[in-house]
Structure formats: structure tokens, C-alpha cells
Write a protein that binds this ligand. Sequence first.
Ligand SMILES: Nc1nc2c(ncn2[C@@H]2O[C@H](COP(=O)(O)OP(=O)(O)OP(=O)(O)O)[C@@H](O)[C@H]2O)c(=O)[nH]1
Ligand SMILES: [Mg+2]
Length: 324
Amino acid sequence: MPANLTPQYYEAEKNYRQAKNPSEKILALETMLAIMPKHKGTDKLRADLRRKISQLKEDTLKKSGGKRGQLFDVIRSGAGQVVLIGFPNSGKSQLVGRLTQAKPDVGEYPYTTHSPVPGMMEYQDIKIQLVDIPSILDESARGWLINVVRNADALLMVVDLSDEPETQTALLLEELEKYKIKPDWTVNAEEVVFLGKKMMIVGNKLDAAAAAKNFLPFQEKFSAFHPIAVSAAQGKNLESLRNAIFTFLKITRAYTKTPGKEPDLKHPVILKKGSTVLDFAAEIHKDFAEKLQYARIWGSEKYKGQRVQRDHLLEDGDIIELHI
Ligand SMILES: Nc1nc2c(ncn2[C@@H]2O[C@H](COP(=O)(O)OP(=O)(O)OP(=O)(O)O)[C@@H](O)[C@H]2O)c(=O)[nH]1
Ligand SMILES: [Mg+2]
């Protein structure tokens, strides 16, 4: 079976051939893998790519003297994974320490954090994973760090409001762009070279001198990133930040109900905003999706057990009874 590769694939392959270092090579190979059609004809190619990627990662690790397992992938857990990025000393560790049970080291000196520290942030009936990482400006960590950043569901940029937040943001975006990562709303579908990421900004150290004054113009300029001002040290505005992180992940929670029984309100099924009854069914079991006839739905005012079709759009909090 022919592989039927797209022009975008060949472009990524060209980037691979021209890559100047292992990080760029990994990046290009991951792009190739992501856009390659998945069918029998590409099985071997995809396996080759995966092997090359893991070999490159291994080589980089050996060179950096890093410990295996600790470095590359932070195991995803909960309803979404948000990675905190920022300048050294902006307060990333302090924030993760405040919002989760994790206890990352907080230090007065830059580059306190050396390896990722994941923590779970409880939000109503779900948990969202926050990952504290070293500053992406830490050159010694970059090779593996960028993979953690690329794998995240969303990025939370932490800037110090008392110290030129606009410059920090501009430099962070520039740094990300070097690694072919841009805010998702700026990347169009054809631009496969760039990986679009959900990005949001939190301005920290609101308690510090000039921070509140700096925040207003900053908020206006970077409104696309929905900036929120907090003080991690004083625990100020952290509730708004929790809400904002949840909203920003665009999660829809849906609850299962078996006919004749009470709904299971303890274990929401996590879906993307814009998901349908069919997506919900598929998430529960492949067979459900195939055999689904219709569903009954309880939710906002409008729905009190009505029959709906498989393409019915779900809203956060809906309860669904599947009929197959
Ligand atoms: N005034 C003030 N200081 C803060 C706040 N949050 C953190 N800090 C201080 O800023 C310094 C750096 O905090 P960290 O949380 O270690 O910063 P980080 O971004 O994790 O730094 P690296 O790990 O080095 O990249 C520490 O001295 C904190 O006490 C805040 O809201 N207000
Ligand atoms: Mg830190």
C-alpha cells in the first residue's frame, strides 16, 4: 500500500535533514510522525521514526549526564496537564506549591528548580496536573525541557509583575518560537512547522512594588493570553487563577447514568469542549460508539431526560444515559 505522504510531510523531512542539533532533529521527526497518515502502508515508516526519536533522546540524555526516566516525560495524570514556564525566580515553584500538594523548592536565587515537579490541583470534582519545571532559559536543561513543554496540554507563562513583565513575555515567546512553539490562535492549519499551544499568562508578585501599576498596561497588551495578577507569596487571587486555568483548558465534564439508576456524579468523563454524545460514548467504550442508538440527557434548564441524537453537543455538567 503506498504511503500517500503529504507535501507538509516532505517539508518536515527537509527540516529534519537541515537540523543543526539533536533537539531540532527530534522536533522535525515528531512533526513528521504527527502528520503522517496512520494506515498499514505507513506502519514501517512510523516505527522507523519512533526508533530514531528514541535513539536521539537517549543520545542527548547520555551527553547531558541526566538520569533516565526523570527527564523526558512527565506522566500525564488528571483532566489536563499544564506546564509552567517563565524566567528564573518568577515564582513558578511557589505557585505550584500553593495550588497543589506538591512541595517544589522555592529559592531566592535563580535556577532553583532542576527537574520537573508535578502536582495535582483540585478543582471541584476533578484534578488538573500542574508541572513546575526549570526556566526554559536554562541552557543546560533545554534539550529535554522542550519536550516536556511540547507535550503539555497547555502552558502557563509566569511573569514577575515587578520586573518588566512585557519584556519577559516577549522573550519567552521568542524562546518558544525557536522551538517551533507558538500560541495556538496564531498558527494556521497549513503551518505545520509550528506547534500551536494553548497559552495563558499569570502575572505574579502582585504584592511587590510597582506590580499593580505595571499590570494594567500589560493586561491590555497581552489580552489574548487572558492575564491574571496574583501574589503566590501572599495567596492573593489564587481562586481566580484556579478558575481561569479550568476555563482555559476548555474541558467538558459529562456524567454517566445507567437506565433506572442514579447518575454517577463522582467520576466525570473528561472531554474537550465541543464534544458530542458520540464522543462521550466512544470515550466509555468503542462498542458503545458503534452501537449507539440514542441518548437521554439531563443538564441545564432545557434538558430533563430528553432523547437526543449522537451528534448532540454536550455542555459541562451534562448527565448522559446511553441507549444501544
Ligand atoms: N514578593 C513576592 N515574592 C515571591 C512571590 N512568589 C515567589 N516569590 C519569591 O521569588 C523567589 C523565586 O521563587 P521560585 O518559586 O523559586 O521561582 P521559580 O520561578 O520557581 O524560579 P526557578 O526555579 O529558579 O526558575 C523566591 O524568593 C520567592 O520567595 C510573590 O508572589 N511575591
Ligand atoms: Mg523553581
